[in-house]
Design a protein around this ligand. Structure first.
Ligand code: ZN
Length: 245
């Protein structure tokens, strides 16, 4: 079995489609595991929700998914993100809203726990430091945990004997044998990468060999940016896609 691990699609249909095409070119996946924030920021919230639901998939809720359906107040976002959240809310169908409202905070499947931010605080916490990640290992039971939210591909590895946690980058195209360690993994963001590389990021997990591959995929950034500006979404949100920040 093979699983595609996608986080933070953020209504960026061009990036999402490029990732789906790449998965297909690599032999396909049996299921998509989506780590939340399907919508928010980007120009195609309805289309991305429809496309995701056309695949066998699991999905957890992200902060932007909740903001789009009023489960959290966009006033907690920065002004541009709040403007995009209010715009997103106006684009959703009744089915989109029902789908987003019913997303779970966490899910367990195979040896993995899925959460958007962290297993401790699935909606809001960013796991960007080994100190924060170390604490998070106490908040899930499975061997591995998958998170998104920071849009930065990262691997956190717990050494229980030494009571330490180490953070690593996730180089593209190189197999990571998951092995017997406890790990927290972030595949990076599909629709709005923030690690300085503007290409879409995702991961494929090969369950038979228990190996995870991280990939970076070029997509038509200008198409997404033009759509955003035509629709009146904030310039800053379109501009950052070129930089991957
Ligand atoms: Zn996000």
């Amino acid at each position: 079995m093979r699983y595609a691990i996608l986080a933070d699609i953020h209504a960026n249909l061009a990036a999402f489609q490029a990732v789906l095409d790449d998965i297909k070119a690599k032999g396909g996946a049996d299921q998509i595991w989506c780590l939340g924030d399907v919508v928010g920021y980007g120009p195609d919230p309805h289309q991305c929700l429809e496309l995701l639901q056309s695949y066998d998939h699991l999905c957890v809720a992200g902060n932007h998914d909740w903001a789009a359906v009023g489960k959290i107040d966009p006033v907690d976002f920065n002004p541009d993100a709040a403007a995009a959240a209010r715009w997103t809310a106006r684009q959703l169908t009744a089915e989109d809203i029902a789908y987003l409202e019913n997303l779970p905070l966490t899910l367990s499947t195979d040896d993995f726990t899925l959460a958007h931010g962290s297993p401790r605080d699935p909606i809001w916490e960013y796991l960007l430091s080994s100190a924060a990640a170390k604490d998070s290992f106490r908040h899930f039971q499975s061997q591995y945990c998958l998170v998104g939210h920071s849009h930065v591909p990262l691997l956190f590895m717990l050494n229980a004997e030494r009571d330490t946690c180490l953070a690593f980058g996730l180089p593209a195209d190189i197999p990571l044998e998951l092995g017997g360690r406890r790990l927290i993994l972030n595949p990076g963001g599909v629709g709005q990468p923030r690690d300085g590389d503007p290409r879409a990021a995702y991961a494929l997990y090969h369950a038979d060999s228990r190996a995870l591959y991280h990939y970076r995929i070029p997509y038509d950034i200008k198409t997404t940016q033009r759509k955003m500006l035509d629709l009146g979404l904030p310039y800053s949100l379109a501009s950052r896609l070129s930089l991957g920040l």
